[in-house]
Write a protein that binds this ligand. Structure first.
Ligand code: FMN
Length: 136
């Protein structure tokens, strides 16, 4: 059966976002796309699109911004969310989510911080709830 969810991520040299993206994709049996390798993605068959990104100086990478600018129509009518991987505390994380939400035009934005409590796999414990809320 064709997966109903796609993870589309942009990860830097640290690879943190790639690690979280693979975990989310495995858990949701979703397809996964790395914007470093592929910038043309046919999203038509998915009901839900989850974007993942790191931040540098509070900003997402250009690859993600450009993809969203070029694909607004392809995202219409889908459930769209974004997770940010970061190294921030709760207050800064919330502020960054607000700013990135406004910048990218995505309402549902959460962050997973390297400073947060970890789950068994070594990810921010919030990742588990994020996954559970996005099961079809
Ligand atoms: C140059 C640089 C700038 C960063 N700026 C921020 C920042 O503004 N806010 C933040 O929360 N984390 C910041 N970080 C932390 C990264 O966003 C975090 O480690 C993220 O998980 C990186 O994802 P990646 O390994 O997939 O690129 C920065 C990291 C680097 C190397």
């Amino acid at each position: 059966m064709q997966p109903t969810t796609a993870i589309i991520y942009s990860s830097g040299i640290g690879g943190n976002t790639g690690d979280v993206s693979r975990h989310v994709a495995d858990s949701l049996k979703a397809d996964i796309f790395d914007l470093k390798k592929q910038t043309i993605i046919n999203m038509s068959g998915y009901r839900r699109i989850i974007f993942g990104t790191g931040l540098q100086m509070g900003k997402p990478p250009g690859a993600l911004t450009r993809f969203l600018e070029a694909n607004r129509e392809g995202l219409a009518g889908k459930k769209v969310s974004l997770f940010i991987t970061c190294s921030c505390d709760e207050a800064k994380g919330a502020k960054q989510c607000e700013e990135v939400s406004r910048l990218l035009g995505i309402d549902d934005v959460v962050f997973f911080s390297s400073k947060s409590e970890k789950n068994e796999q070594g990810f921010d414990v919030k990742v588990d709830g994020f996954i559970d809320r996005r099961r079809e």
